[in-house]
Design a binder for this molecule. Structure first.
Ligand SMILES: *Cc1c(COP(=O)(O)O)cnc(C)c1O
Length: 358
């Protein structure tokens, strides 16, 4: 039986994407690789129909965190004063990256289950101390979709540049690329785009890369090194060739399926069906209606039910769910509806949920 992944990446692959990953052996110094790389960089910009002179996609070999770290440590100048919004693991990871690279920052900490306190953020941004803001769009810790359009509004008002972690939202949620405040966002192949792990990318304004920090804070993570070579059809290091092959096919499928808006709508429908099925079993959603992304929802563990039993019961039936992180592990679990999940898979999932929770 095919195992369906309901964790927030890596996702269940389509048969064609899985085959594409190992379809051929490709040397990264050959013109075939160059053509593939060019096609992908264009394809990523095309997901949101961005103008190729206003935005560029830089491919990197690594997981989503690498894209975050490369974006932050390359695009923040030495004299940057960074404000970081934290309402979960990934916001806190931004601060950890800033700390490691000696980037001056202040964080606005929230409880992991809380929405961004815009009054607090607005006051901080208004005091003129900050040049950049870094935030997570979809905080995968709880499934909360932070209100990025409101955030870019504040950034525009105060002349602040935004660096966005859109690792678990790129390809399925609206991203405000038309805002002059948005400088770059970090994302990955193996979440909403349905590719394989090992390939991530930063979508950036080209001028942000042209004015990246010098001297670099890192050899491997310095975006201009990757960008300049990719602009010449080359690559500075051995790239995750199989990841590129898989994403190439995954982007074809995204287009065939109607693009990011159709994917957004489908994820939403699937998540709603899961939520209704759990509600019938008395399992409550953690967040209020409308607060979650389309990608993932978190649920309260029912009293006297151990996560491991629930996990194992569902796994026996062919579904892998995801535990809560850190201190939330005892309280909640998560179900993502990303990936190549068919209607038949959904029928089986609803039956499995009823069996395990009913
Ligand atoms: C998955 C994810 C990341 C990156 O995690 P990796 O394990 O490095 O791929 C970063 N931010 C968010 C919001 C994520 O969901």
């Amino acid at each position: 039986m095919r195992s369906i992944l309901l964790n927030p990446g890596p996702v269940s692959l389509s048969e064609k994407v899985r085959k594409a990953a190992v379809s051929t052996d490709l040397c990264h110094r050959e013109p075939e690789f160059s053509a593939l790389q060019d096609r992908l960089r264009t394809g990523l910009i095309d997901v949101y129909r961005l103008h190729p002179l206003q935005w560029t996609a830089v491919l990197l070999g690594g997981s989503g965190t690498m894209a975050m770290e490369a974006m932050l440590c390359s695009l923040l100048p030495r004299d940057a004063r960074l404000l970081v919004l934290e309402n979960g693991v990934y916001g806190e990871r931004i601060s950890a990256i800033a700390e490691i690279h000696g980037i001056e920052y202040q964080s606005v900490a929230h409880q992991w289950t809380d929405a961004i306190d815009f009054d607090r953020v607005s006051k901080l941004l208004a005091n003129g101390e900050f040049s950049h803001l870094a935030a997570v769009q979809h905080e995968t810790t709880t499934g909360r979709l932070n209100d990025i359009s409101r955030l870019v509004g504040l950034c525009e008002e105060h002349g602040i540049k935004l660096l966005l972690d859109s690792v678990s939202s790129f390809g399925a949620e609206a991203i405000p690329f038309d805002s002059p405040a948005l400088l770059a966002c970090a994302a990955t192949a193996n979440k909403c785009l349905h590719g394989i792990p090992g390939l991530c990318f930063v979508v950036s304004r080209p001028e942000a890369i042209d004015t990246a920090v010098e001297p670099p804070r890192s050899l491997y993570l310095h975006l201009p090194v990757w960008a300049k070579q990719q602009d010449r059809g080359s690559t500075p290091f051995t790239p995750p060739v199989n990841g590129l092959l898989a994403l190439d096919q995954a982007l074809v499928e995204l287009k065939e399926q109607g693009g990011w808006r159709a994917r957004h709508a489908r994820y939403h429908r699937l998540a709603d069906r899961v939520e209704r099925a759990l509600d019938r079993c008395g399992v409550e959603a953690m967040l209020e209606p409308g607060e979650s992304s389309c990608v993932l929802r978190s649920y309260r563990l029912p009293r006297e039910r151990a996560y491991q039993d629930i996990h194992d019961g569902l796994k026996q039936r062919g579904f892998v769910i995801y535990a809560g992180q850190g201190s939330l592990a005892a309280e909640m679990f998560r179900i993502s509806t990303m990936g190549d999940i068919t209607d038949y898979d959904m029928e089986r999932l609803l039956a499995a949920l009823a069996a395990v929770f009913g």
